[in-house]
Design a protein around this ligand. Structure first.
Ligand SMILES: Nc1nc2c(ncn2[C@@H]2O[C@H](COP(=O)(O)OP(=O)(O)O)[C@@H](O)[C@H]2O)c(=O)[nH]1
Ligand SMILES: [Mg+2]
Length: 640
């Protein structure tokens, strides 16, 4: 079996293309959903094929890594529009990071009047590898009516819904064809000395030789070939499939690309859960011995089916794919040895979550089921991280975006029967004190028998940002006996758990200076109570200062949009630190800024619209900064 992943912007025609490819040889299976992605299995000229479609947009991008890590090739499907080239940037970047041989399919040429070479030039801005045209369009007026293959130099006239017809190369296309062919041959010759010397000697290379070079060069991922067509009319689809067939490398290349050591016998790709079926993982075998009952990742495989989830499969031949069932131990997006598992390479990892929401079961009775369902979803969805709200203790859905969050909530309701309500995450404010104070507290109680007595004198001292909490004692002459001092500290820490505004108190030092005790009535409990009360009272006296978390954001953005980020960041009270070209990704900048953590949601929203969904960010805590209670009220009001 050979496998490829189809990715590209939303609406570029990926589903249409996969359906058209799968239909070429007759009966195709229906696409099977696997989380956000879908798998289509079909046969073409006696060979089994698997096509994994990853939907467009940032929300589903987490599926792309595991899909590419189980595929031999990638097809980036783009609409035939110069202006849409930037939308392909995230996919071109990822396929380059994955080092996977890539074909570009310029789709919807039936609906364009733009020049294909301009579209390729626009795409090239986001790709280090040279993108070369493998076909040029034939036009009637401005309408594309067919394409000329630049290796065979055959001209094909499109026919609605069927294979193209071989025609005479039209005279008005001949000049352009020669020019584009020369460019293709030169590009190929960069990677093949034999072809290069033929070109230098002005010899015309044999078609079969050029195909062989293309197979080597494309299969090695040295060049990106661009094809064109109109998937919804079945045009250009056969040509693309033939290229996949001839240029798809064998599974050894995949093994090397994912860094699979000798013990690795399979790759766990995408996962899912189905009602009545449970967890399933798409597995691709790399070596022998992958089958029902055999050890995989440390336990035996319960059952394997074909993509229809019905046809039972005993063993997976090397290269073949199947869905493992009744094998709860298998985690998707991993390399499996018989006895254990390893991580996929870094490029296959999901981006850090950028959207957070608290989810609580609508009915308290469902709390336990909600936790179980979320744990299940986190296992199979690499883009979803389960976190916990500091204040409410509720689950936080940390996701790739609002759509992703919505889909998870729908799955919780429909697949797990747990309706939930969403709310904003409580901002991680902190409190500290404004100035140093000395405070005396005497805890004294006389109730019935034994009394309680503890008397302490403390200093509460502001400390530099980021220093947390420190306890010191300078008690002389046993005024507070040594064995009670830890109790005072414990009491102080209890008091600092929640300041007057309800947030943890940080960056303070408590100094125990003096005190008194009673031979009978003093106890650990009394001193802890005194410590807690002393600090609580001292905090109010010292004046409470609110601290808001400031995060550092690293925004990955196509350079075309970088300029627009400056006013946007200022608009959400951020501070631009700067930007520079990404060290390896063509056409990408890395933009850094400081931002109040409460502004992350706004950043998420603004960034999406300012960059047409192409940019993403990673945020990490940087420092705390003073803010006023007034701003806190505003932030709370904004958060609803
Ligand atoms: N004109 C035209 N429309 C197409 C072509 N291919 C797909 N479409 C349409 O584009 C829309 C999006 O297609 P779809 O395959 O769902 O895109 P996906 O989001 O990339 O999977 C659908 O309305 C298709 O019918 C094409 O070659 N030409
Ligand atoms: Mg689709």
């Amino acid at each position: 079996m050979k496998a490829f992943t189809v990715l590209g912007p939303s609406g570029s025609g990926k589903s249409t293309l996969v359906a058209a490819l799968a239909r070429l040889d007759g009966a195709a299976s229906e696409p099977v959903p696997l989380g956000d992605a879908s798998l289509t299995v079909f046969r073409y000229l006696g060979q089994d094929w698997a096509a994994i479609e990853v939907p467009g947009g940032p929300d589903a991008m987490a599926a792309a890594g595991p899909a590419l890590a189980t595929s031999d090739m990638a097809v980036v499907c783009v609409p035939a529009e110069v202006d849409a080239a930037v939308l392909a940037a995230p996919y071109l970047r990822l396929t380059e990071e994955a080092g996977i041989p890539t074909l570009v399919f310029i789709n919807k040429v039936d609906a364009t009047t733009e020049r294909v070479r301009d579209i390729v030039a626009a795409l090239q801005a986001y790709c280090r590898h040279h993108i070369v045209l493998r076909q040029v369009p034939m036009r009637q007026g401005s309408t594309v009516v067919g394409a000329v293959d630049l290796i065979s130099e055959r001209a094909w006239s499109y026919r609605e819904g069927g294979p193209s017809a071989l025609v005479e190369l039209p005279a008005d296309t001949a000049g352009r064809e020669k020019e584009a062919r020369a460019e293709l041959l030169e590009s190929l010759a960069d990677f093949d000395d034999e072809l290069l010397s033929q070109l230098i000697e002005d010899k015309t290379p044999m078609t079969a030789e050029v195909f062989a070079v293309a197979r080597k060069v494309v299969g090695h991922g040295d060049l990106v070939s661009a094809f064109l067509g109109a998937a919804s009319h079945g045009n250009g689809v056969t040509r693309l499939m033939k290229s996949l067939r001839h240029e798809c490398p064998d599974p050894d290349a995949l093994r090397e690309r994912v860094g699979a050591g000798p013990g690795v016998i399979a790759i766990g790709s995408l996962g899912d859960v189905r009602k009545h079926v449970g967890k399933l993982v798409l597995v691709r075998a790399l070596g022998a011995g992958v089958g029902v009952g055999a050890q995989l990742a440390g336990a035996s495989v319960g059952s394997i089916t074909a993509s229809d989830l019905k046809t039972q499969v005993r063993t997976l031949e090397p290269g073949a794919m199947g869905l493992t069932l009744k094998s709860d131990h298998l985690v998707p997006a991993r390399l499996y040895t018989a006895g254990g598992e390893q991580a996929l390479p870094a490029w296959a990892a999901a981006r850090a979550p950028v959207f957070r929401e608290v989810a609580a079961a609508t009915s308290d009775r469902d709390d336990v089921r909600l936790s179980a369902a979320l744990a299940r979803l986190a296992e199979i969805d690499p883009g979803f991280r389960l976190e916990q709200d500091d204040v409410s203790g509720n689950a936080i859905l940390a996701t790739q975006g609002q759509l992703h969050a919505r889909r998870l909530v729908e799955r919780l309701r429909d697949d797990f029967g747990v309706p939930t309500a969403q709310s904003a995450v409580s901002p991680a404010y902190r409190e500290t004190i404004g100035r140093k104070v000395e405070h005396h507290h005497r805890h004294k109680k006389q109730t019935g028998g034994a009394g309680q007595f503890a008397d302490i004198l403390i200093d509460l001292v502001p400390e530099p940002r980021g220093s947390g909490f420190r306890f010191e004692e300078v008690v002389k002459g046993g005024a507070v006996p040594r064995n009670y001092i830890p109790s005072v500290e414990a009491g102080a820490m209890e008091a600092l758990k929640q300041g007057p505004h309800g947030f943890p108190v940080v960056d303070v030092r408590v100094v125990l200076k003096d005190g008194k005790h009673h031979a009978v009535d003093s106890s650990d409990f009394a001193f802890r109570t005194a410590g807690r009360a002393a600090v609580k009272e001292a905090m109010v006296e010292a004046g409470i200062v609110l601290l808001q978390p400031i995060v550092k954001v690293e925004i990955h953005v196509p350079s075309a949009f970088t300029g627009g980020l400056v006013p946007m960041i200022s608009g959400i009270k951020g501070q631009v630190l700067g930007f520079e070209a990404h060290p390896t990704a063509a056409g990408w900048d890395v933009f850094t800024a400081l931002l109040p953590q409460t502004g992350l949601e706004e950043l998420y929203r603004h960034l999406g619209s300012a960059t047409r969904g192409t940019a993403w960010f990673e945020a990490s805590f940087d420092h705390h900064e003073e803010t006023s209670a007034k701003e806190l009220k505003l932030a709370e009001a904004a958060a609803g």
